[in-house]
Design a protein around this ligand. Structure first.
Ligand code: URA
Ligand code: SF4
Length: 206
């Protein structure tokens, strides 16, 4: 059977999950990527933040959200009153999907097949961390966590639930979407809306 399932050990130990994920061949993405990017943060975290997939920098460094989107995320968490130590940060898909254009590697959205294949890792992470709230950063994370197509604009900031998941779930925008807003005032408004959604997550967890 395709998918990550056969690579996921029966353990809640994050170190063991991380080492096992390094060997995963649950879909084709491991072939061209540099390495598996697992997660950052501790099992004691009350918040689990789920991104899309590692970007170019994350693929090289092996850590999630270390590029510009990660910096914006850190600022937003701080403004929302969520301590970085309270945030377990991971991605829906744990290998970088890209297209080569000459020397450059251009980000490609993960396919639904990649999201489904990688879901067993997310399940293992949820069993391990047992956060109070899961925050989906963008539509791909929503697809992965809720198990259905997700419309960020329509669903953001409302507490949601999903079958088989005990935690509250909040969908919000992806930090990269905030960075892409050209106009400075509009970008600031997008950032504020992002922070507001994180505050909703914080309130659910209280
Ligand atoms: N964008 C993501 O979705 N995840 C990362 O780890 C980095 C950028
Ligand atoms: Fe395994 Fe996920 Fe990487 Fe696919 S993307 S190989 S399922 S870790």
């Amino acid at each position: 059977r395709p998918g990550a399932e056969q690579w996921v050990p029966h353990t809640v130990d994050l170190g063991r999950l991380r080492s096992a994920a390094a060997e995963c061949r649950g879909c084709e993405l491991w072939r061209d990527a540099t390495q598996t990017v697992f997660s950052s943060g501790s099992r004691k975290s009350r918040f689990m933040l789920v991104g899309e997939q590692p970007g170019d920098k994350e693929d090289l460094a092996g850590e999630p959200f270390i590029g510009p989107a990660g910096q914006l995320l850190d600022r937003a968490l701080e403004e929302a009153g969520i301590a970085r130590e309270e945030a377990y940060v991971t991605n829906a898909v744990k290998h970088f999907r890209f297209e080569r254009r000459g020397m450059r590697r251009i980000h490609q959205k993960p396919a639904v097949g990649n999201i489904v294949a990688c879901r067993p890792w997310l399940d293992a992470e949820m069993r391990s961390v047992k956060p109070d709230v899961i925050v989906c950063l963008g539509a791909t994370a929503g697809r992965a966590v809720l198990g259905r197509p997700t419309r960020v604009t329509a669903e953001r900031g409302h507490p949601l639930s999903a079958e088989g998941i005990d935690q509250g779930i909040v969908v919000t925008t992806h930090p990269s979407a905030v960075l892409r807003v050209r106009d400075a005032d509009e970008r600031e408004a997008a950032f504020a809306a992002f922070v507001d959604n994180l505050v909703v997550a914080r309130e659910i967890s209280a």
